[in-house]
Design a binder for this molecule. Structure first.
Ligand code: GLN
Length: 451
């Protein structure tokens, strides 16, 4: 097979001799710190940066006996849905190498789908585990916020993101989550939950009597022109659900019904605002988090950039930083820092950031109500099949719309899994199953019934 460019760095970090992951290779997304092994976040800004410590999840992998075989390619700082914004070049989808693997954890999902790693870690701020899992035909879990330590994860948008597993099967993904989950004194947002989990045991396929809610707004059930009131243009990759994807989704729902699950339609009008709210919040947090990359502390240094060193020598630090950031960040990252800084600035804060927080609260409420009528909720993971390489880079807004089904889950801090639901025109389609807070067992159980 062609070189998929799934890894930024190939390596071999051996874990303990025994443990639940002994003999397994794990690809680790390149925004997760590995002691002494380059961690770039897919950015020129961090080329050559080697962290002095391991992320908690990396320690847990080693303790569980895993071998880390590489740092997986990703959209720069996690900002993208295709892995094409990586400074190190796009990753190819092993199912069809003319197409993207999804993103931002595209290297992780491609490595698993191609058998280049047994398992992988991704991170999911707005869909970055689920999107590539769906596009590559593998399983990915975005855990409940606080279930998995973020210590050592290079932050993009802290209030939204979680590290999680990608694997060929639901049981293996759940087993990897068992290794990762549980409290960490170095991350104060973690909780006692997950300390003695056995999510793998929930992969028993027993959905008899389970109620599955289907939010009409996430299956193309509403007039799409209402979803983003500003999106009056149409394109092959607008937020509109693809017919083949929707058909495959309903076939998989019928399969779950045949196994004894009950389905109910639920309505979540708030999700129409989710993409807009997500991007305001994510960009605002990113603008603050990425301020630390100033050319003096990590990776790219003012001394590496033409003209920046002279400015620094003259004591002109602001301009030396600006020159380094201009050189080190790609266009998508720059766009987000600018927009996020704007959304937070005096005079505009209430108009954008404040409104987005209100929408976030409304979305949480809609999920609470829907999940009082159903054990889990289901939708297509992605409204469309994998894009062709290059298709999405031109218009960022249409690309953002592809996240319509995944971002509501992060805004509500809930757990969700993407499991292969079938194929449309030979391309994988993922089903997303969303659970209540700490409802990992329920989503694992429901997803395992589709295998
Ligand atoms: N595609 C979304 C974004 O670009 C989600 C990315 C992610 O989950 N890291 O922000």
């Amino acid at each position: 097979m062609a070189d998929l460019n799934a890894y930024i760095t190939e390596t071999r970090i051996e874990g303990d001799d025994d443990g639940p992951l002994a003999g397994k290779t794990v690809a680790v997304k390149d925004n997760i710190s590995t002691e002494g092994v380059e961690t770039t976040c897919g950015s020129k800004m961090l080329e050559g940066y080697t962290p002095p410590y391991d992320a908690t999840v990396v320690e847990r992998l080693k303790d569980a006996g895993a071998t880390i075989n590489g740092k997986a390619n990703m959209d720069e700082f996690g900002m993208g849905t295709t892995t094409e914004t990586s400074y190190f070049g796009a990753t190819l989808n092993p199912v069809d190498t003319d197409r993207v693997p999804g993103g931002s954890s595209g290297g992780s999902a491609a490595a698993v789908a191609a058998g280049e790693a047994d398992l992988a870690l991704g991170s999911d701020t707005g869909g970055s585990i689920r999107a590539p899992a769906a596009f590559c035909g593998v399983v990915g879990i975005k855990p409940t916020y606080g279930l998995v330590s973020r210590y050592g994860l290079v932050a993009y948008a802290n209030s939204l993101e979680q590290i999680g597993p990608i694997a060929p099967t639901v049981e293996e993904a759940a087993g990897l989550l068992d290794v990762l989950a549980g409290p960490d004194e170095r991350d104060a947002t973690t909780v006692e939950e997950g300390a003695d989990s056995n999510y793998a045991a929930a992969a028993d396929g027993d959905v008899a009597g389970m109620t599955i809610g289907i939010p009409v707004e996430l299956v193309g059930g509403v007039d799409e022109s209402q979803r983003l009131s500003s999106a009056n243009q149409k394109s092959s990759i607008s937020g509109d659900a693809d017919e083949g994807v929707v058909e495959t989704f309903w076939d998989a729902i019928a399969e779950l019904e045949a196994q004894g699950a009950e389905t109910v339609e639920v309505s979540m009008p708030s999700v129409e605002k989710a993409v807009a709210a997500y991007y305001v919040i994510a960009m605002s947090e990113a603008s603050s988090n990425l301020a630390r990359f100033d050319g003096t502390r990590y990776g790219l240094n003012v001394t590496d950039v033409d003209g920046a060193e002279e400015l620094a020598d003259e004591g002109n630090w602001n301009e030396a930083f600006a020159k380094t950031r201009e050189e080190g960040f790609g266009p998508e990252v720059k766009r987000r820092i600018l927009l996020g800084t704007f959304a937070l600035s005096a005079g505009y804060h209430d108009r954008y950031y404040g409104k987005a927080q209100d929408a976030r609260a409304w979305i949480k409420q809609d999920f609470d109500e829907s999940l009082s009528e159903a054990d889990v909720l289901a939708s297509p993971t992605m409204p469309v099949p994998p894009f062709e390489l290059g298709e999405g880079l031109e218009d960022p807004r249409t690309m953002y719309l592809a996240d319509a089904n995944t971002v509501p889950v992060n805004l509500a801090n809930l757990p969700a899994i993407s499991v292969p639901a079938g194929e449309s025109d030979g391309l994988p389609v993922g089903m997303q199953i969303i659970g209540p807070k700490y409802g990992e067992e329920a989503i694992v159980r429901a997803a395992s019934a589709l295998e």
